[in-house]
Design a protein around this ligand. Structure first.
Ligand code: CIR
Length: 261
């Protein structure tokens, strides 16, 4: 299908699975998740995205897939197409089917195939520069397949090294058009070409994961120094409580895929 460019902003989300407490964990210890609270927090997250001007479009629930709420990892969506990923955690690979079905309403979809693995949380898009974190979830074959899918549309795909966190977007996200919010202790920002960046305060480094919706930066609650720093730089900021998702090693960006219809 021919993509319609810069139409309304869509936020693709998926309901919290009843099995969320069986989620994958890599860097955090398992602790009890309050499922009713998680559902309320996710409803509030969707309401905030809507208030900021996005149309929330839901993928059907998949209660047998614990991590399904973290839709970001299932696709990389650009104006020209959607790349359906092959998540690095085997338990997460079936999540992509429901997401692909929904995205096919908006984009031509192509796939990352075996032996490639790639999590959307490792992909930072700055205009036509696409940075991919080489991680425990994203391998070189996945990076090459994404490069092959995007290069016909003049995207330049660069592999990026980082450490100490699950995904590249755990340590670095884009604020609006081209400024990064990054933790330079976990990612060497010289790997990014010609971008400005703001440094997340070291003691609040998980606040580096944000989404920007129509100019407002959404970050997790509990990071007052980061919020103040962003405001001092002239940005609108909204903080949202995602405590139950942080226990599942999730953050703000993982719970939606933002793209123009
Ligand atoms: C996982 O380990 O895959 C999930 N428990 C958390 C995924 C978070 N996704 C993201 O940051 N993009």
């Amino acid at each position: 299908m021919t993509p319609r460019r810069k139409a309304g902003l869509i936020a693709l989300t998926r309901p919290v699975s009843k099995t969320l407490d069986q989620c994958q964990l890599s860097h955090v210890a398992r602790e009890p998740i309050d499922l009713p609270l998680a559902k309320r927090q996710h409803t509030a997250y969707e309401a905030l995205l809507k208030k900021l001007g996005a149309e929330v479009v839901r993928v059907d629930a998949a209660h047998e897939l614990p991590d399904a709420v973290f839709v970001e990892d299932c696709a990389v969506v650009v104006d020209e197409l959607a790349v359906i990923t092959r998540p690095g955690a085997r338990s997460r690979q079936p999540e992509v089917e429901g997401v692909a079905q929904r995205l096919a309403e908006y984009r031509t979809c192509v796939r990352i195939d075996d032996p490639g693995t790639l999590d959307g949380g490792d992909v930072v898009v700055v205009g036509h520069d696409v940075y991919i974190g080489r991680s425990s979830r994203t391998n070189d074959a996945g990076i090459q397949q994404l490069r092959d899918a995007l290069s016909p549309f003049e995207y330049e795909v660069t592999a990026v090294e980082f450490g100490g966190a699950l995904h590249l977007k755990s340590v670095c996200t884009v604020l609006g058009a081209s400024t990064l919010l990054a933790d330079p202790r976990r990612v060497d920002v010289t790997q990014f070409r010609e971008v400005d960046y703001l440094v997340v305060p070291g003691h609040e480094w998980p606040a580096a994961n944000t989404v920007t919706v129509n100019g407002t930066v959404v970050l997790a609650a509990g990071f007052p120094d980061t919020a103040a720093m962003l405001e001092a730089n002239g940005l609108e900021v909204r903080a949202i409580n995602i405590s139950e998702f942080q226990k599942a090693e999730g953050a703000v960006s993982c719970k939606s895929i933002l793209f123009h219809a």
